[in-house]
Design a protein around this ligand. Structure first.
Ligand code: AMP
Length: 182
């Protein structure tokens, strides 16, 4: 059976790393909207140019713009998938639900990787990405709390949420994810 998973968690929790590992292990398509947006920025496309300033401020780009980069890929995917960084708010979760029902697909589980703010900031500062300076980091955490955390209840009420702790090393976290998904 094709696994279709959503990875949820604050910036710095290790979502991207873990999504990549699990995707390789289970042969799933790893769709990171952050990576896809950064690729558009680097390529200098219209979409990338629209997104760049917003991303550098730590704000969310528009729902329609993100949906446009996810839609076709989900549609085309012959494999299962992991969505990483999408949905990022309730409106996106609802748009995703509509899209999935149109293409007759379902989310099987939502993995929440959780970690304390102090550790998140520490990890993000050491990562050194363009949007990883301390002011932008704090803002991204606020945006996460305000816009993305409502998805925890949203998916919990659907019985899909599996929470793992994001402390410790990469292997320890990935073992925890394997456990909740088995
Ligand atoms: P990430 O790599 O997931 O931390 O994303 C980096 C930045 O890309 C975010 O701070 C947002 O500006 C933008 N972004 C990524 N995914 C989304 C999304 N689903 N909705 C809106 N903005 C997004």
């Amino acid at each position: 059976m094709k696994q279709r998973l959503v990875f949820l968690g604050p910036p710095g929790a290790g979502k991207g790393t873990q999504a990549e590992l699990i995707a390789q292990k289970k042969d799933l398509l790893h769709l990171s909207t952050g990576d896809l947006l950064r690729a558009e920025v680097t390529a200098g496309t219209d979409l990338g140019n629209k997104a760049a300033a917003i991303m550098n401020k730590g704000e969310l780009v528009s729902d329609s713009l993100v949906l446009s980069i996810v839609e076709q890929r989900l549609n085309d995917s012959a494999k299962g998938w992991i969505l990483d960084g999408f949905p990022r708010n309730v409106a996106q979760a609802e748009l995703l639900q509509i899209l999935l029902s149109e293409i007759d697909q379902n989310i099987e589980a939502v993995v929440l990787i959780d970690l304390k703010d102090e550790l998140l900031v520490e990890r993000l500062i050491s990562r050194g990405r363009a949007d990883d300076n301390e002011i932008v980091i704090r803002h991204r955490l606020e945006v996460y709390r305000e816009k993305t955390t409502p998805l925890v209840d949203h998916y919990m009420s659907q019985g899909l949420l599996k929470t793992v702790q994001g402390d410790g090393d990469i292997k320890a976290i990935s073992n925890r994810i394997d456990e909740v998904l088995s």
